[in-house]
Ligand binder design. Structure first.
Ligand code: NAP
Length: 288
């Protein structure tokens, strides 16, 4: 990791481009009208010099960071947000509560650890085993209504669980965070989310490095003069999916935001779609 400068030049709040051309400053509009950057930084295992690494990412142009209490990165991320000279409203903090917690109390507790007044997005970390999480979701709705969370969502729900949650509470999630890569995804899930105005965020979008050396991806990467990781992330963007790659190394952080000067041709998008083997870098694709 390169030396991190504590002082960043003061920046104007980013303006989302509405002209259809994607840039690092582009936002997607959520179902509640709020905007979310098209790319974020994951923070699982980003436990070494977290604040410095996140500040460095902000300097490179990242505006969103994802965390969870169990990642142990909340204090460092909160510090980076507070130290950054970028206005708070130009940064986007995505955090999680556990499915067996009180959604409201857990949001309050995590914000205390972050030392932030609000989170831009609070997600239920995973679908509960025996119900759809109505109680925890109602806690998040309360946190949102009281201004502690700007938007709320879930992770790794099945289609039927999303539908049941909405039926029981009257509200669909704004964001669905899923394990998602060319090697493991579901276009049916994506279509359901699109139809219901749910934005998909991709977790483990680089397969934790486990599928980055595939020769079929390498061929596509060579065609565009990019790396396989950049091809994975660009494939997300062109599907309207918001990737959340974790990167500690500076060269990785740079690569993963250098996605806006090329466009995958339809033939390559189709070839990447066709790599799907329901691969999971963790255990299994929980949402299938
Ligand atoms: N909701 C959930 O249940 C859930 C579950 C898992 C993850 N997540 C979130 O999603 C984020 C991302 O997922 P992940 O951390 O599991 O895996 P990932 O982003 O797929 O992969 C991270 C790994 O890829 C490496 N890497 C990053 N950029 C690279 C590049 N350009 N070329 C080659 N290697 C590269 C990183 O190395 P360095 O770090 O050394 O640079 C790290 O080892 C997490 O950090 C977390 O915020 C959420």
């Amino acid at each position: 990791m390169a030396t991190i400068q504590q002082q960043t030049p003061s920046r104007q709040p980013p303006k989302g481009r509405k002209d259809g051309g994607l840039s690092a400053e582009s936002n997607v509009v959520l179902r509640n009208g709020r905007e979310m950057p098209v790319l974020g930084l994951g923070s699982w295992m980003l436990t070494t010099h977290t604040a410095e690494a996140v500040m460095h990412a902000f300097e490179l142009g990242y505006r969103m960071v994802d965390t969870s209490a169990d990642y142990k990165t909340q204090p460092g991320i909160g510090k980076a947000v507070r130290l950054s000279q970028a206005p708070r409203e130009s940064l986007f903090v995505s955090m999680k509560v556990e499915e067996n917690e009180d959604g409201y109390e857990a949001t309050v507790r995590n914000l205390k650890e972050l030392k932030l007044e609000y989170a831009d997005l609070v997600l239920i970390h995973r679908a509960p085993k025996t119900n759809v999480g109505e109680k925890v979701w109602r806690g998040l709705m309360r946190a949102r209504d009281e201004g502690l969370a700007r938007s709320i969502g879930v992770c790794s729900y099945k289609v039927a669980q999303l539908q049941a949650l909405a039926d029981q509470t009257g509200e669909m999630p704004a964001v669905h965070q899923l394990e998602w890569s060319p090697f493991g995804h579901s276009l049916d899930m994506l279509n359901f989310c699109r139809a219901n105005e749910i934005v998909v965020q991709a977790y483990s979008p680089l397969t934790r490095g486990k599928r980055l050396t595939d020769e079929r991806v390498a061929m596509i990467a060579r065609k565009y003069g990019k790396t396989p990781a950049q091809v994975f992330l660009r494939w997300d963007l062109q599907h309207g999916v918001v990737p959340m790659p974790k990167a500690y190394r500076e060269d990785h952080q740079r690569q993963n935001i250098d996605l806006f000067d090329f466009e995958l041709e339809p033939v390559d998008m189709a070839a990447l779609d066709a790599l799907n083997e329901q691969f999971s870098a963790l255990d299994k694709l929980e949402y299938l």
